[in-house]
Write a protein that binds this ligand. Sequence first.
Ligand code: PMV
Length: 316
Amino acid sequence: MQATVRASPNIALIKYWGKRDEKYNLPAVSSISITLDEIWTETKINFSPNYKRDILTINNVQQDDTRRVSDCIDSICGEHRNFACVSSKCNFPISAGLASSSSAFSALVIAINQAVNKGYELQDLANEAGKASGSAARSMLGGFVELENKKNKIQINQLLQSEDWPLRVVIAITDSRKKAVSSSEGMKLSSKTSPFYNSWVKNQSEDIDEARKAILSQDFLRLSEISEHNCMKMHSVMWTSRPSIVYWNSATIECMHAIRELQKKGEFVFFTIDAGPQIKAVCLPESESKVVNILKEIRGVSSVLQSGLGQEPQIK
Ligand code: PMV
Protein backbone atom coordinates (compact mmCIF):
# COMPACT_ATOMS: atom_id res chain seq x y z
CA MET A 1 0.00 0.00 0.00
CA GLN A 2 2.83 2.39 -0.69
CA ALA A 3 4.74 3.73 -3.69
CA THR A 4 7.25 6.42 -4.65
CA VAL A 5 7.28 8.13 -8.05
CA ARG A 6 9.51 10.84 -9.51
CA ALA A 7 8.10 13.05 -12.30
CA SER A 8 9.28 16.17 -14.10
CA PRO A 9 7.31 19.28 -14.96
CA ASN A 10 6.61 20.15 -18.55
CA ILE A 11 6.70 23.48 -20.35
CA ALA A 12 4.02 24.24 -22.90
CA LEU A 13 5.18 25.52 -26.28
CA ILE A 14 1.58 25.78 -27.48
CA LYS A 15 -0.28 26.83 -24.36
CA TYR A 16 -3.45 25.90 -22.57
CA TRP A 17 -5.42 28.79 -21.09
CA GLY A 18 -9.15 28.37 -20.38
CA LYS A 19 -11.42 25.45 -19.54
CA ARG A 20 -14.37 23.97 -21.45
CA ASP A 21 -15.61 22.02 -18.41
CA GLU A 22 -15.05 23.18 -14.84
CA LYS A 23 -16.17 19.94 -13.16
CA TYR A 24 -13.78 17.62 -15.03
CA ASN A 25 -11.23 20.39 -15.55
CA LEU A 26 -11.18 19.84 -19.31
CA PRO A 27 -9.12 22.39 -21.27
CA ALA A 28 -10.71 24.68 -23.85
CA VAL A 29 -7.77 24.13 -26.22
CA SER A 30 -5.26 21.42 -27.15
CA SER A 31 -1.62 22.04 -26.23
CA ILE A 32 1.94 20.86 -26.93
CA SER A 33 4.72 20.65 -24.36
CA ILE A 34 8.21 19.40 -23.59
CA THR A 35 8.88 17.34 -20.48
CA LEU A 36 11.97 18.40 -18.54
CA ASP A 37 14.68 16.23 -17.04
CA GLU A 38 16.85 17.71 -14.28
CA ILE A 39 14.03 19.31 -12.30
CA TRP A 40 11.52 17.03 -10.60
CA THR A 41 9.02 16.26 -7.88
CA GLU A 42 9.30 13.01 -5.93
CA THR A 43 6.10 11.84 -4.25
CA LYS A 44 5.69 9.05 -1.75
CA ILE A 45 2.25 7.76 -0.81
CA ASN A 46 1.39 5.40 1.97
CA PHE A 47 -2.16 4.22 2.78
CA SER A 48 -2.94 2.96 6.28
CA PRO A 49 -6.08 2.12 8.31
CA ASN A 50 -4.32 3.89 11.21
CA TYR A 51 -4.51 7.36 9.65
CA LYS A 52 -7.50 9.45 10.75
CA ARG A 53 -7.30 11.78 7.73
CA ASP A 54 -5.12 12.43 4.69
CA ILE A 55 -1.78 14.03 5.52
CA LEU A 56 0.21 16.07 3.00
CA THR A 57 3.74 17.40 3.37
CA ILE A 58 5.50 19.43 0.69
CA ASN A 59 9.26 19.83 1.16
CA ASN A 60 8.82 18.58 4.77
CA VAL A 61 6.19 21.22 5.64
CA GLN A 62 2.79 19.83 6.62
CA GLN A 63 -0.05 21.45 4.64
CA ASP A 64 -3.41 22.43 6.17
CA ASP A 65 -5.30 22.13 2.90
CA THR A 66 -5.22 18.59 1.43
CA ARG A 67 -8.35 19.07 -0.70
CA ARG A 68 -6.84 18.79 -4.20
CA VAL A 69 -4.77 15.76 -3.22
CA SER A 70 -7.66 14.07 -1.35
CA ASP A 71 -10.02 14.66 -4.32
CA CYS A 72 -7.46 13.09 -6.64
CA ILE A 73 -7.12 10.01 -4.39
CA ASP A 74 -10.94 9.72 -4.08
CA SER A 75 -11.33 9.95 -7.82
CA ILE A 76 -8.98 6.99 -8.40
CA CYS A 77 -9.74 4.86 -5.32
CA GLY A 78 -13.35 5.77 -4.55
CA GLU A 79 -14.40 7.39 -1.30
CA HIS A 80 -14.35 4.13 0.75
CA ARG A 81 -10.63 3.93 1.19
CA ASN A 82 -7.95 4.18 3.83
CA PHE A 83 -6.50 7.60 4.45
CA ALA A 84 -3.07 8.29 3.02
CA CYS A 85 0.10 10.11 3.94
CA VAL A 86 1.56 11.89 0.90
CA SER A 87 4.99 13.46 1.08
CA SER A 88 6.25 15.40 -1.86
CA LYS A 89 9.68 16.94 -2.48
CA CYS A 90 10.59 19.36 -5.26
CA ASN A 91 14.08 20.44 -6.32
CA PHE A 92 12.79 23.76 -7.77
CA PRO A 93 10.56 26.69 -6.61
CA ILE A 94 6.86 25.79 -6.38
CA SER A 95 3.81 27.89 -7.39
CA ALA A 96 5.99 30.34 -9.29
CA GLY A 97 5.15 29.56 -12.90
CA LEU A 98 7.47 26.57 -13.19
CA ALA A 99 4.59 24.12 -13.58
CA SER A 100 5.19 22.40 -10.24
CA SER A 101 1.59 21.16 -10.30
CA SER A 102 2.33 19.23 -13.50
CA SER A 103 5.09 17.16 -11.91
CA ALA A 104 3.21 16.91 -8.59
CA PHE A 105 -0.04 15.48 -9.96
CA SER A 106 1.51 13.24 -12.62
CA ALA A 107 3.68 11.69 -9.88
CA LEU A 108 0.69 11.45 -7.53
CA VAL A 109 -1.69 9.60 -9.89
CA ILE A 110 0.95 7.04 -10.81
CA ALA A 111 1.90 6.57 -7.15
CA ILE A 112 -1.78 6.03 -6.17
CA ASN A 113 -2.32 3.55 -9.00
CA GLN A 114 0.84 1.67 -8.01
CA ALA A 115 0.15 1.68 -4.27
CA VAL A 116 -3.41 0.36 -4.50
CA ASN A 117 -2.87 -1.80 -7.59
CA LYS A 118 -5.73 -0.22 -9.52
CA GLY A 119 -4.39 -1.22 -12.95
CA TYR A 120 -5.49 2.02 -14.64
CA GLU A 121 -4.27 2.57 -18.23
CA LEU A 122 -1.99 5.52 -19.03
CA GLN A 123 -4.75 7.54 -20.78
CA ASP A 124 -7.10 7.09 -17.80
CA LEU A 125 -4.39 8.25 -15.42
CA ALA A 126 -3.66 11.21 -17.70
CA ASN A 127 -7.33 12.20 -17.39
CA GLU A 128 -7.09 11.85 -13.60
CA ALA A 129 -3.94 14.00 -13.50
CA GLY A 130 -5.66 16.52 -15.80
CA LYS A 131 -8.65 16.76 -13.46
CA ALA A 132 -6.30 18.04 -10.73
CA SER A 133 -4.14 20.25 -12.97
CA GLY A 134 -4.69 20.60 -16.71
CA SER A 135 -0.99 20.66 -17.55
CA ALA A 136 -0.21 17.58 -15.39
CA ALA A 137 -1.62 15.21 -18.02
CA ARG A 138 1.26 16.15 -20.34
CA SER A 139 3.92 15.13 -17.77
CA MET A 140 2.69 11.53 -18.04
CA LEU A 141 4.92 11.17 -21.12
CA GLY A 142 8.49 12.21 -21.89
CA GLY A 143 9.89 14.27 -24.76
CA PHE A 144 7.46 16.24 -26.94
CA VAL A 145 3.84 15.71 -25.95
CA GLU A 146 0.58 16.75 -27.58
CA LEU A 147 -2.55 16.94 -25.46
CA GLU A 148 -5.56 16.50 -27.71
CA ASN A 149 -9.05 17.53 -26.78
CA LYS A 150 -11.55 14.68 -27.30
CA LYS A 151 -15.24 14.48 -26.49
CA ASN A 152 -15.58 14.51 -22.66
CA LYS A 153 -11.89 13.67 -22.20
CA ILE A 154 -8.33 14.36 -23.27
CA GLN A 155 -5.74 12.19 -24.95
CA ILE A 156 -1.97 12.50 -24.74
CA ASN A 157 0.38 11.50 -27.57
CA GLN A 158 4.15 11.52 -27.72
CA LEU A 159 5.31 13.35 -30.86
CA LEU A 160 9.05 12.70 -30.38
CA GLN A 161 11.13 11.13 -27.64
CA SER A 162 13.62 13.32 -25.80
CA GLU A 163 16.58 11.53 -27.44
CA ASP A 164 15.16 12.21 -30.92
CA TRP A 165 15.65 15.96 -30.58
CA PRO A 166 17.60 16.80 -27.41
CA LEU A 167 16.78 20.48 -26.99
CA ARG A 168 17.96 22.33 -23.88
CA VAL A 169 15.94 24.62 -21.62
CA VAL A 170 17.40 27.52 -19.63
CA ILE A 171 15.06 28.96 -17.00
CA ALA A 172 15.76 32.45 -15.66
CA ILE A 173 14.18 32.86 -12.22
CA THR A 174 13.15 36.48 -11.75
CA ASP A 175 10.91 36.04 -8.69
CA SER A 176 10.31 32.79 -6.85
CA ARG A 177 7.40 33.98 -4.67
CA LYS A 178 3.98 32.36 -5.01
CA LYS A 179 2.03 33.97 -7.86
CA ALA A 180 -0.74 36.41 -6.95
CA VAL A 181 -3.35 34.94 -9.32
CA SER A 182 -3.57 31.14 -9.65
CA SER A 183 -3.88 29.65 -13.14
CA SER A 184 -7.44 28.48 -12.43
CA GLU A 185 -8.61 31.89 -11.22
CA GLY A 186 -6.83 33.57 -14.13
CA MET A 187 -8.42 31.27 -16.73
CA LYS A 188 -11.88 31.87 -15.30
CA LEU A 189 -11.38 35.62 -15.45
CA SER A 190 -9.97 35.56 -18.99
CA SER A 191 -12.79 33.42 -20.38
CA LYS A 192 -15.37 35.78 -18.88
CA THR A 193 -13.77 39.13 -19.62
CA SER A 194 -11.08 39.15 -22.32
CA PRO A 195 -12.37 40.33 -25.72
CA PHE A 196 -9.62 38.17 -27.26
CA TYR A 197 -10.58 34.92 -25.52
CA ASN A 198 -12.86 33.51 -28.24
CA SER A 199 -10.37 34.09 -31.04
CA TRP A 200 -7.62 32.55 -28.85
CA VAL A 201 -9.67 29.34 -28.59
CA LYS A 202 -10.74 29.42 -32.24
CA ASN A 203 -7.24 29.81 -33.70
CA GLN A 204 -5.44 27.32 -31.47
CA SER A 205 -5.71 24.36 -33.86
CA GLU A 206 -3.68 26.25 -36.50
CA ASP A 207 -0.86 26.79 -34.00
CA ILE A 208 -1.02 23.16 -32.90
CA ASP A 209 -0.73 21.93 -36.53
CA GLU A 210 2.17 24.28 -37.22
CA ALA A 211 4.08 23.30 -34.07
CA ARG A 212 3.46 19.58 -34.65
CA LYS A 213 4.91 19.87 -38.17
CA ALA A 214 7.92 21.82 -36.85
CA ILE A 215 8.58 19.19 -34.18
CA LEU A 216 8.18 16.19 -36.48
CA SER A 217 10.57 17.77 -39.01
CA GLN A 218 12.88 19.06 -36.22
CA ASP A 219 12.71 22.55 -37.72
CA PHE A 220 13.95 24.80 -34.89
CA LEU A 221 13.21 28.17 -36.52
CA ARG A 222 9.67 27.13 -37.41
CA LEU A 223 9.09 25.94 -33.83
CA SER A 224 10.59 29.19 -32.44
CA GLU A 225 8.28 31.37 -34.47
CA ILE A 226 5.05 29.57 -33.60
CA SER A 227 5.95 29.05 -29.92
CA GLU A 228 6.75 32.72 -29.28
CA HIS A 229 3.63 33.77 -31.20
CA ASN A 230 1.40 31.41 -29.18
CA CYS A 231 2.96 32.56 -25.90
CA MET A 232 2.37 36.23 -26.74
CA LYS A 233 -1.23 35.47 -27.71
CA MET A 234 -1.88 33.77 -24.37
CA HIS A 235 -0.39 36.72 -22.48
CA SER A 236 -2.48 39.14 -24.60
CA VAL A 237 -5.57 37.28 -23.38
CA MET A 238 -4.29 37.59 -19.79
CA TRP A 239 -3.43 41.29 -20.17
CA THR A 240 -6.84 42.12 -21.66
CA SER A 241 -8.78 40.38 -18.89
CA ARG A 242 -10.60 42.63 -16.44
CA PRO A 243 -8.89 43.21 -14.08
CA SER A 244 -5.76 42.68 -16.13
CA ILE A 245 -3.50 39.73 -15.25
CA VAL A 246 0.17 40.61 -15.73
CA TYR A 247 2.59 37.91 -14.60
CA TRP A 248 5.72 39.60 -16.01
CA ASN A 249 8.15 41.91 -14.24
CA SER A 250 10.83 44.15 -15.71
CA ALA A 251 13.43 41.33 -15.69
CA THR A 252 11.04 39.14 -17.70
CA ILE A 253 10.97 41.80 -20.40
CA GLU A 254 14.74 42.36 -20.27
CA CYS A 255 15.21 38.61 -20.80
CA MET A 256 12.88 38.65 -23.80
CA HIS A 257 14.89 41.44 -25.41
CA ALA A 258 18.17 39.65 -24.65
CA ILE A 259 16.85 36.51 -26.36
CA ARG A 260 15.76 38.56 -29.38
CA GLU A 261 19.33 39.96 -29.59
CA LEU A 262 20.79 36.45 -29.45
CA GLN A 263 18.44 35.41 -32.27
CA LYS A 264 19.71 38.33 -34.38
CA LYS A 265 23.26 37.07 -33.83
CA GLY A 266 22.25 33.66 -35.22
CA GLU A 267 21.81 31.74 -31.94
CA PHE A 268 19.15 29.03 -31.92
CA VAL A 269 16.98 30.08 -29.00
CA PHE A 270 13.40 31.18 -28.32
CA PHE A 271 11.47 32.17 -25.20
CA THR A 272 8.24 31.10 -23.62
CA ILE A 273 6.54 32.37 -20.44
CA ASP A 274 3.78 30.76 -18.36
CA ALA A 275 1.63 31.98 -15.47
CA GLY A 276 4.59 33.55 -13.68
CA PRO A 277 7.50 35.93 -14.31
CA GLN A 278 10.15 33.31 -15.16
CA ILE A 279 11.56 33.15 -18.69
CA LYS A 280 12.04 29.74 -20.25
CA ALA A 281 14.58 29.85 -23.07
CA VAL A 282 14.47 26.79 -25.32
CA CYS A 283 17.66 26.32 -27.35
CA LEU A 284 19.87 23.98 -29.32
CA PRO A 285 22.79 22.59 -27.25
CA GLU A 286 25.35 24.69 -29.17
CA SER A 287 23.64 27.93 -28.07
CA GLU A 288 23.12 26.97 -24.42
CA SER A 289 26.24 28.48 -22.83
CA LYS A 290 25.69 31.86 -24.58
CA VAL A 291 22.05 31.89 -23.40
CA VAL A 292 23.05 31.11 -19.79
CA ASN A 293 25.82 33.74 -19.76
CA ILE A 294 23.54 36.47 -21.09
CA LEU A 295 20.49 35.68 -18.92
CA LYS A 296 22.37 35.36 -15.63
CA GLU A 297 23.79 38.88 -16.00
CA ILE A 298 20.36 40.50 -16.35
CA ARG A 299 19.30 42.66 -13.40
CA GLY A 300 16.54 40.90 -11.49
CA VAL A 301 17.53 37.38 -12.54
CA SER A 302 18.26 35.65 -9.24
CA SER A 303 19.27 32.26 -10.64
CA VAL A 304 19.34 30.21 -13.79
CA LEU A 305 18.27 26.55 -14.03
CA GLN A 306 19.30 24.32 -16.91
CA SER A 307 17.58 21.18 -18.08
CA GLY A 308 17.43 18.77 -20.96
CA LEU A 309 14.31 16.95 -22.05
CA GLY A 310 13.28 13.99 -19.94
CA GLN A 311 11.29 10.81 -19.68
CA GLU A 312 7.88 9.81 -18.40
CA PRO A 313 7.50 9.49 -14.58
CA GLN A 314 9.66 6.82 -12.96
CA ILE A 315 8.45 4.45 -10.24
CA LYS A 316 11.18 4.15 -7.60
O1 PMV B 1 -2.11 23.23 -15.24
P1 PMV B 1 -2.45 24.57 -14.72
O2 PMV B 1 -3.85 24.62 -14.30
O3 PMV B 1 -1.49 25.05 -13.68
O4 PMV B 1 -2.35 25.62 -15.95
C1 PMV B 1 -1.17 25.81 -16.69
C2 PMV B 1 -1.27 27.01 -17.57
C3 PMV B 1 -0.01 27.44 -18.30
O5 PMV B 1 1.14 26.99 -17.65
C4 PMV B 1 0.03 28.98 -18.29
C5 PMV B 1 0.00 27.00 -19.75
C6 PMV B 1 0.27 25.54 -19.99
O6 PMV B 1 -0.25 25.02 -21.00
O7 PMV B 1 1.01 24.90 -19.22
